[in-house]
Design a protein around this ligand. Structure first.
Ligand code: ADP
Length: 368
């Protein structure tokens, strides 16, 4: 026997209409995030559909929803929330013509080499996949591919399949991420001598001739600087946005600003700046040293009017993780560096959601 309902679906929706999505500035009910309301006696269950599984605001939304329900419906018993997500995709005919199943494309860039751009790109990809998103990764650093090593895929080769009569490469899978790199296809010493058009051609093929299927986020690890590959990418598909990785030294920051200007000229929104190698925590005594200076990334972000997405300490484990093909977000989620990457990945997903909800806006700055 079902017990009589003590309150109605309408009461639930009225209470939840006071819960605002802090990013999208609308109530969660008007955004259609509340689904499948079931009331059994005093007990309520419903589904909360987020705009990304990597939502950094989940805990805030949950706390607010429970509070609003308890305040508005005094007789309420247990509240069970089932979380799901549906990533909003970038609406664009040009992108759909090239990669119809890919919802969002995110470029990870840096002004200069060696700042940890690939490390950040790989860890963001794996973190998003761990949160439940469907993620792809294109190693667009044709002259210096690092994805095979960092994903633990060295020596592996992609299979080919035929889709509607045309041959496609099947990306390799690592940590739930679909990966494609020139390093899987040619000897690394071969691509190094390619001329610009050949490298650009290879990148284009990664977009058109790979069976990506349905993806929430496709991450591009760009070569450092502002060259042909960056241009090719922005001209082939309109990117949802870009992230700029820097270290805190002035020289790196100056190049990060150049990177920002390039994306501005290409009309690619910049989701924000990541500061890598921000500080060093001594594993023995916990002392913090700011080896390369500190805080420049945050300052540069403020100056350019883009969000600061987070900072990552220098840690030998990060380097070992990259060299051994075991990204730290897959193995050391509790560590300072693992947690930093996870938080950055969620901040990126948040910026994608904000951008897609307001396609004409500039990226929003979130204060800590
Ligand atoms: P880029 O793509 O900018 O050239 P990489 O991601 O290849 O840089 O990183 C350069 C080197 O620095 C790699 O050996 C990598 O493991 C290491 N590295 C990157 N980030 C960190 C970090 N936070 N702590 C320690 N080593 C790091």
């Amino acid at each position: 026997m079902f017990s009589k309902k003590e309150f109605s679906e309408k009461d639930v929706l009225a209470a939840l209409s006071a819960v605002m999505d802090p990013d999208l500035h609308r109530s969660v009910t008007s955004l259609g995030m509340i689904k499948d309301i079931e009331i059994k006696g005093k007990n309520l269950s419903f589904t909360f559909e987020l705009t990304t599984p990597a939502c950094p605001l989940k805990d805030t939304l949950e706390k607010d929803a429970r509070e609003k329900l308890k305040n508005a419906i005094h007789e309420i018993g247990t509240i069970t929330i089932n979380w799901t997500s549906r990533v909003i995709g970038q609406q664009d005919a040009r992108k759909d013509a090239v990669m119809p199943g890919v919802k969002n494309t995110i470029a990870v860039a840096s002004g200069k080499g060696g700042v940890g751009k690939s490390t950040v790109a790989v860890n963001i990809a794996v973190a998003l996949a761990r949160d439940g998103a469907r993620v792809g990764f294109i190693d667009a650093d044709i002259y210096g591919p690092s994805a095979p090593l960092m994903f633990g895929l060295t020596g592996k080769q992609p299979a080919t399949i035929s889709i509607n009569g045309s041959k496609k490469l099947v990306p390799l899978d690592a940590f739930g991420v679909k990966v494609m790199s020139i390093g899987f296809l040619v000897d690394p010493n071969t691509a190094v001598v390619w001329r610009g058009p050949m490298a650009s051609g290879a990148l284009k093929q990664f977009m058109t001739d790979v069976a990506w299927g349905d993806l929430d986020y496709l991450i591009f690890d760009l070569p450092p600087g502002t060259g042909d590959i960056q241009l090719t990418l922005a001209q082939t598909i309109p990117l949802t946005g870009a992230i700029i990785v820097t270290t805190p030294q002035d020289i790196s920051l100056a190049d990060a600003r150049k990177g920002y200007r390039m994306f501005e000229n290409l009309h690619v929104p910049v989701f924000g700046i990541v500061e890598n190698m921000s500080y060093f925590l001594c594993p023995d005594c916990g002392h913090r040293s700011e080896i390369f200076n500190y805080g420049g990334g945050k300052k540069a972000a403020a100056e350019l009017g883009v969000p600061f997405l987070g900072e990552i300490p220098i840690d030998v484990q990060v380097r070992i993780g990259s060299d051994e093909g075991m990204p730290v977000v897959a193995s050391q989620t509790e560590s300072a560096h693992g947690a930093a990457f996870i938080s950055i990945a969620r901040n990126v997903a948040q910026q994608v959601s904000i951008r897609n909800a307001n396609p004409d806006s500039t990226p929003e700055i979130i204060m800590d």
